[in-house]
Design a protein around this ligand. Sequence first.
Ligand SMILES: Nc1ncnc2c1ncn2[C@@H]1O[C@H](COP(=O)(O)OP(=O)(O)O)[C@@H](O)[C@H]1O
Ligand SMILES: [Mg+2]
Ligand SMILES: [Zn+2]
Length: 239
Amino acid sequence: MKNEQNSRKNLYKCPVCKDTGFIIKEVEGSQPIMQRCKCQEIEIAKKIWIKAGINPEQAKQTFSSYKIYNDITKYAKDTAIKYYKDFENIKKDRHNSIAFLGQVGSGKTHLSLALAVNFLEKKRISVVYMPYRDVITSIKQNMLDKEYYAKQLSKYQTAKVLLIDDLYKGKITESDINIMFEIVNYRYLNYLPIIVSSEFTIERLLNFDEAVGSRIYEMCKKYIVQIEGKENNYRLREE
Ligand SMILES: Nc1ncnc2c1ncn2[C@@H]1O[C@H](COP(=O)(O)OP(=O)(O)O)[C@@H](O)[C@H]1O
Ligand SMILES: [Mg+2]
Ligand SMILES: [Zn+2]
């Protein structure tokens, strides 16, 4: 009997609510109440991530899973959390954005995603995730279709918060810069925040293109995390 029960239990994705999405809670001296099951919160969260362009694996990169192991990682995490806490007060300001720059593998994407997931889940602010290289490639492939091009661009221009991940990764062409200018300048003019990660320092970003670089700098200047040195590559770290 026990075995039979167990095997039946396994037929459900969620044995707690038997996939109904609700649980009935007995309340002493009163009517039982219907409650949304925990599994639904996860399902709802997943839908929110996917809409933002973030996959559930990426959403595991949270503040709590980001380890502090030296001054730089402490500074990086503190700055990200400070930005999150300040956000309501600064979101319409000139300096309403944050940048994680420098060393590969130092957790720039990790902290950017941690911010995005918090915005999405706790503040219900719609973030759009823009993996720079994939997006720029796709936009360029569709440049001849003016209507589609404008539509794609506008998604990144008008997002409440835009996460540009790995800006200027790969070989950069004139049209890459032009596309980035259209996106960044629109956001700059409309005071729309960005979270940006890039292997390049501010100086290098300015060298690639001053118009794009200087706008990013101005938007992010209160919250810039610049990480240098291979010792900060988490993947190369010895336990
Ligand atoms: N301080 C840290 N604590 C825990 N995991 C980290 C930390 N820094 C980086 N990682 C992990 O190392 C990997 C590389 O980090 P990532 O954010 O992709 O680096 P970057 O974007 O700077 O190249 C990811 O799996 C990330 O979760
Ligand atoms: Mg990265
Ligand atoms: Zn359930």
